[in-house]
Ligand binder design. Structure first.
Ligand SMILES: Cc1cc2nc3c(=O)[nH]c(=O)nc-3n(C[C@H](O)[C@H](O)[C@H](O)COP(=O)(O)OP(=O)(O)OC[C@H]3O[C@@H](n4cnc5c(N)ncnc54)[C@H](O)[C@@H]3O)c2cc1C
Length: 401
C-alpha cells in the first residue's frame, strides 16, 4: 500500500482525528494551522465529550479542586478544524469509515488515531465494580464527592507508579482526616535516582501516606483489597492506579497492535498494517533507539505534531520523516505545596539533576498549563510547535548504546 496521497484536483482530502487529548489536539491544531486557507483538505476532530480532559490534573479534580473548563471547540477556534462530539464505537479500515455513537458514520482519507488510554479496570477482579479511576472529569468528581463525605476512614490507592504517588499525596494533603495507604509492586519513585526517590518517600511520609510496596493486589472487594499471600487491607474507598489499557477499537479493526493493544507504527508514526492511519500519544507503540516509548504528555504532543507534518508532506507527494523523541524530565506533584522534577536522559533514565520544593511546584505548574498556550502559538506560527528534543544517539533505531 502506498502512503503517497497527493490531493487530486477538485477533491477534498478528509483527515479525521480521533481523540482530542494532548496528542490528538496537537495533531489537529498543527495540521489545521499549516493548511491555512487550503480548501482541498478538511480536518475533523472526534471526541467523546466537548470538555477537554486535563488528565494531568485529574487527581486535583478528584480532591474537589475547581479547574478551568477548557472546551475542545474553543481550543480549535480559528483553525478551521471541525469538531464532532461523540464516542467512536468502531473503525472499518477497509472502507475507511469510523462509526460514532453507533449511529453516525464518518469517512476519512487519512486517520489520526489518538484515543489515549484508560485505567485498566480488567486488571484484577472487582476493580470495575468497587474502585474509582482517574480517567475523566466526571469520574474524578464522583470520587471527590465520596472523599468529601467520608470525613474519616481509609483510602487505598492501588498502584505505586507516578499516578498513584500524585493521587495519594493529593488526597492526603486535602483530606488530613483520612488515612491514605499507597500499595504497589514497586516502591514509589522506583525509576527515579536514589536521592529523588528518597525525597518522594519523605514527602509521602510527611503527608501521612502509609506506603506498602512489594505487594500484589489480586482482588478489590466492597470494603477491602486482597493482596497475594499478604492478607487484605480494609478500605472505605479504593482508587485504582494500577496500569492502563487502550481502546479496543484499533485491534477490532484489524490493525496490527502490540500486546497492550497499541497500534504498532513505522518510523513515521503510520500503522504498519494500514499506512493511512497515523497513531499518536498513548494509543501508539512507537519504537525509538531506546525501546518502545511510554505514554506521557511530553511525548504525546510531539507525536501529534509529527503526524500532522507527515500528513502534509504526503499530500505534497513527499515522504514523511522518521519521528525521534527523547524524554527530558519527569515532573511529579506531591500535593499543592511540594513537587519534584527529575531530569532524565532521552531514554527516560534519571540524571542526577532535580528540582524540589517551591521551584519544582512552579516548574510542574508551568508544564501542566503549557498545552493551550502551545496550541495558541501553533495557530499563529505552526513551526513553533515542531521543536522538541530528538534524543540524539539515544533515539537512533537499530543501534545499541
Ligand atoms: C492523574 C494523572 C496524572 C498524569 N500526570 C502526567 C504528567 O505529569 N506528565 C505527563 O507527561 N503525563 C502525565 N499523565 C499521563 C498523560 O495524561 C497521558 O500520557 C496523556 O494524557 C496522553 O495523551 P493522549 O492524547 O494520548 O490521550 P488522552 O489525553 O487520554 O486523550 C484521549 C482523548 O480521546 C478521548 N477518547 C477516548 N476514547 C474515545 C472514543 N472511543 N471515542 C471518542 N473519544 C474517545 C478521551 O476522552 C480523550 O479526550 C498523567 C495521567 C494521569 C491519569
Amino acid at each position: 500500500m502506498s502512503a503517497q496521497c497527493a490531493v487530486k484536483a477538485g477533491t477534498t482530502h478528509r483527515v479525521v482525528v480521533l481523540g482530542a487529548g494532548y496528542a490528538g489536539m496537537s495533531a489537529a491544531v498543527q495540521l489545521a494551522a499549516r493548511i491555512g486557507s487550503r480548501h482541498d483538505v478538511r480536518v475533523i476532530v472526534v471526541n467523546g465529550q466537548e470538555r477537554f480532559t486535563e488528565r494531568l490534573r485529574l487527581h486535583m479534580t478528584a480532591t474537589g479542586q475547581q479547574l478551568a473548563e477548557l472546551c475542545v471547540p474553543g481550543l480549535l477556534q480559528g483553525t478551521g478544524a471541525v469538531f464532532e462530539c461523540g464516542w467512536v464505537t468502531s473503525l472499518d479500515a477497509q472502507t475507511r469509515t469510523v462509526r460514532i455513537d453507533d449511529d453516525r458514520v464518518l469517512s476519512y482519507d487519512t486517520l489520526v488515531y489518538g484515543l489515549g488510554g484508560v485505567a485498566d479496570t480488567a486488571a484484577v477482579p472487582g476493580v470495575a465494580e468497587h474502585a474509582h479511576t482517574l480517567d475523566g472529569v466526571q469520574g474524578a468528581e464522583v470520587l471527590a464527592g465520596r472523599l468529601a463525605r467520608l470525613g474519616s476512614g481509609t483510602v487505598v490507592v492501588a498502584g505505586s507508579g507516578l499516578t498513584g504517588v500524585e493521587t495519594a499525596a493529593e488526597i492526603a494533603e486535602r483530606h488530613p482526616g483520612l488515612h491514605v495507604v499507597l500499595l504497589g509492586r514497586t516502591e514509589p519513585g522506583a525509576d527515579l535516582n536514589p536521592k529523588t526517590r528518597a525525597y518522594v518517600h519523605a514527602a509521602l511520609e510527611r503527608l501521612g501516606v502509609r506506603v506498602r510496596s512489594g505487594v500484589e493486589v489480586v482482588k478489590v472487594l466492597p470494603a477491602a483489597v486482597e493482596l497475594a499471600g499478604a492478607g487484605s487491607v480494609a478500605a472505605d474507598v479504593v482508587v485504582w492506579a494500577g496500569g492502563t489499557r487502550v481502546s479496543p477499537v484499533a485491534a477490532a479493526a484489524g490493525l496490527i497492535v502490540d500486546e497492550r493493544g497499541r497500534i504498532v507504527t513505522d518510523a513515521a508514526l503510520r500503522s504498519v498494517s494500514h499506512p493511512q492511519v497515523y497513531a499518536v500519544g498513548d494509543a501508539a507503540a512507537i519504537r525509538q533507539g531506546y525501546g518502545i516509548m511510554h505514554g506521557t504528555c511530553q511525548s504525546g504532543m510531539p507525536t501529534g505534531v509529527h503526524a500532522a507534518v507527515s500528513i502534509l508532506r504526503s499530500l505534497r507527494g513527499r515522504q514523511p520523516k522518521p519521528f525521534r523523541f527523547g524524554y527530558y524530565h519527569t515532573p511529579i506533584s506531591l500535593g499543592r505545596n511540594d513537587a519534584v522534577v527529575q531530569f532524565t536522559r532521552p531514554d527516560g533514565s534519571p540524571r542526577r539533576m532535580r528540582l524540589t520544593g517551591r521551584t519544582a511546584v512552579r516548574y510542574k505548574e508551568t508544564v501542566t498549563a503549557s498545552p493551550w498556550p502551545t496550541w495558541g502559538r501553533m495557530k499563529k506560527m505552526p513551526a513553533a510547535g515542531a521543536v522538541w528534543p530528538r534524543g540524539g544517539r539515544f533515539t537512533r533505531t537499530g543501534k545499541t548504546r
